[in-house]
Design a protein around this ligand. Structure first.
Ligand code: FNR
Length: 190
């Protein structure tokens, strides 16, 4: 059984990216699970809080969910051609303290997808994640891309993905990512 965790980088109730993550969980090959991890309660990173109060409970939960998973799916919106602050903030918190960041992220298979109402489907925010994921030492899967553009036409009012073509692409993407995660697991020293 391959265990994946997914994080949607939006706090919006009817978020396209939350909807894309739900659809991904419904588009998995046999033998693969995808659990959604929440960033809703993650506070803004503040080094004083970390030093004086330690890691907040919401961050500790997020860290253990990432650590327990064989692979991580980031479902990223795009703001001003970059990574939304709330999403980057959550991953920054999860990388603290540094020793935990290394343990949680180094060698972790990661895939990126995203949805936006415009014509470019989060291409720039997905590119914005590259230096972050490299710095964290993840094993980013780059064999396929999923850029969901014109989200207003592909999701309903509740943020549910209703476009069959995108669902098919998503299923193909998730199957490819799951195979990659399995290859990474097989390559680990026994
Ligand atoms: C956006 N949006 C946006 N979309 C895009 O494709 N490229 C962009 O650069 C931006 N910039 C941007 C800045 C800010 C501050 C906001 C609030 C929004 C639109 C964005 O894709 C849209 O709000 C999505 O609905 C956000 O994703 P969720 O919340 O639906 O998952």
């Amino acid at each position: 059984m391959i265990k994946l965790v997914g994080i949607a980088g939006s706090l919006r109730r009817r978020s396209y990216n939350r909807g894309l993550l739900r659809a991904a969980a419904e588009s998995l090959p046999d033998g693969v699970t995808l659990q959604a991890a929440s960033i809703d309660d993650v506070p803004l990173y503040n080094g004083d809080i970390e030093q004086e109060q330690g890691i907040p409970a919401s961050v500790a939960r997020l860290k253990s969910e990432i650590e327990a998973a064989d692979g991580l799916l980031l479902v990223t919106p795009e703001y001003n051609n970059g990574i939304p602050g709330v999403f980057k903030n959550a991953i920054d918190w999860a990388s603290r303290p540094p020793a935990d960041g290394v343990r949680i992220f180094t060698g972790k298979p990661v895939a990126l997808i995203g949805a936006s109402p415009g014509g470019f489907g989060t291409v720039l925010s997905q590119s914005g994640w590259l230096p972050v994921l490299r710095t964290l030492g993840t094993q980013l899967w780059v064999e396929q891309r999923l850029l969901v553009s014109r989200a207003g036409e592909r999701f309903d009012q509740e943020g549910n993905l209703v476009d069959d073509g995108t669902r098919q692409q998503l299923a193909q993407f998730m199957a490819g990512f799951a195979q990659y995660v399995q290859r990474c697991l097989d390559a680990r020293p026994k």
